[in-house]
Design a protein. Structure first.
Ligand code: CA
Length: 475
């Protein structure tokens, strides 16, 4: 589960709230939690991606509070301990691309670049004042003595002399944007705030030291890497190798490479020797399209061009996340009616490592509120625990109704017949269960379809699904 959403209340209670949900989550089979960035951000309201200090996990009085938006370091460590006593794992969100809310401004030479093509400069090099000085006074050298200055960044988005915003590339010997990043907008090294210069040896040294400290301090079981599109591939490869050396192969790695360009992602995976999972962004966009096009979408193509088809063991499949939520930068919210269909696809099929979104499960608060879908998701998660095992037979013939059967294994004898339908009418798919199942009764675990299906003498069942709905039939 992605165990947060963008609009959680900033009351420093989330670690405690999560703690209180662990037994409930474990009982439906959610055993791995991706938690939000746990580092001190720009303020206690920061969702966590505006990173100020990677060494402040809610321990020091910095940026207006000791706790982060989610709680204190002590509460975080207790949460992780509680997960481990339940055999649950915790993956931490890691933001290496930028730093925010510097302690002081500095004067240095920079050049403005075209925001739509960052390889093109505008005007001449000149001195600007940028917020690039970090001394972390509240931490007072604990855990690391490293202080950041403009040499440790490649670019900023504000000049305090002219009070003008723009993308300013910081000049210096042998200094440029990272080369091995997305080539969108010419060079997509710069995303936001002060962009970290990962080619600087002091930066690298401190980040390598930091990750060892962070994992030993918190005992997290893995990392989710933010904004990979903007982070040098060569740096990431070294960083991941460093993690594997320190923490072993079982230390989990997943990256966010937000792009509808599947080739760019495959290139990244290749550069990293396939040492990392990636979120399946194209599958999410397919869900988004299907949810908007309704019966005009051909469901037979829903898995086309997705990571889960190209690299099933490296794909983390998801329906929505904190960035695709309404009101967010990458807003692409999957319409409500399609959520059960999308979740059936990620939870009941063999391929992929599915991730349930907090905002779908527990709902979203505030201006962009969304009701909790927990009731049917619990039924679906239980169906997954029971009957999402073994061989898979696909029935992808009808553009409006696709289905598949999971045949179980020695430990999981229950079979499942899942089907999703985007048309205005209910549909029936005839699917093969097995001749040893003749006369067996199947019921819809989602309780969307009523009644039962009895397997006929040839081993088939005529499985039903309502209009624009999903069903998961179990014996
Ligand atoms: Ca960058």
């Amino acid at each position: 589960m992605q165990a947060f959403e963008w609009y959680l209340p900033s009351n420093q209670q989330h670690y405690k709230r999560l703690q209180s949900k662990l037994d409930e989550l474990k009982s439906v089979g959610i055993v791995d939690l991706w938690i939000p960035p746990v580092f001190k951000g720009t303020s206690k309201h920061d969702v966590g991606y505006g990173i100020y200090d990677l060494y402040d996990l809610g321990e020091f009085d910095q940026k207006g509070s000791i706790a982060t938006k989610y709680g204190t370091k002590q509460e975080l460590i207790e949460l992780i301990k509680s997960c481990h006593t339940r055999d649950m794992k915790v993956y931490a969100d890691t933001v290496l691309n930028h730093k925010a809310a510097a302690d002081y401004k500095e004067t240095f030479e920079a050049i403005l670049v075209d925001p739509m093509d960052r390889e093109q400069t505008i005007g001449e090099p000149h001195d600007i004042q940028g917020w690039t000085g970090f001394n972390f006074k509240g931490r007072n050298n604990k855990y690391s003595k490293f202080k950041w200055n403009f040499n440790h960044f490649t670019g900023v988005d504000y000049d305090d002399i002219t009070k003008e915003s723009g993308i300013y590339r910081i000049l210096g010997d042998n200094k440029y944007w990272s080369e091995s990043v997305s080539d969108e907008l010419g060079n997509y090294d710069y995303l936001m705030f002060a962009d970290v210069n990962l080619a600087h040896p002091e930066v690298k040294e401190d980040l390598f030291h930091w990750i060892e400290w962070f994992v030993n301090e918190t005992k997290v079981d893995g990392l989710r890497f933010d904004a990979l599109k903007h982070i040098d591939r060569e740096f990431m490869k070294e960083f991941i190798d460093h993690c594997l050396n320190l923490f072993g192969d079982s230390f989990y790695r997943v990256g966010e490479y937000w792009s509808g360009n599947e080739e760019a992602k495959l290139k990244y995976l290749d550069a990293l020797d396939y040492n990392m999972d990636l979120f399946d962004v194209i599958l999410h966009y397919n869900f988004y399209e299907a949810s908007h096009q309704k019966e005009n979408y051909d469901l037979r193509t829903i898995l086309d061009n997705t990571l889960v088809m190209n690299h099933p063991t490296l794909a983390v499949t998801f329906v929505d996340n904190h960035d695709s939520q309404r009101g967010q930068a990458l807003e692409s919210w999957v319409e409500s009616w399609f959520k059960p269909l999308a979740y059936t696809l990620i939870l009941m099929r063999e391929e992929g490592y599915p991730c349930v979104f907090w905002g779908d499960y527990y709902g979203i608060e505030g201006e962009f509120s969304y009701p909790a879908q927990k009731e049917w998701l619990d039924r679906m998660l239980k169906a997954r625990q029971k009957a999402s095992y073994g061989d898979q037979d696909d029935y992808f013939d009808n553009p409006h109704c696709i289905g598949w059967v999971r045949h179980g294994n020695e430990k999981h004898l229950t079979k499942s017949a899942s089907l999703i339908n985007n048309s205005d009418d209910s549909q029936i798919l005839r699917m093969f269960i097995g001749t040893d199942f003749v006369g067996t009764i199947f019921k819809d675990a989602l309780e969307f379809s009523e009644g039962e299906v009895i397997i006929d003498e040839e081993g088939y069942g005529d499985f039903r699904v309502n209009a624009q709905s999903a069903s998961i039939w179990l014996n």
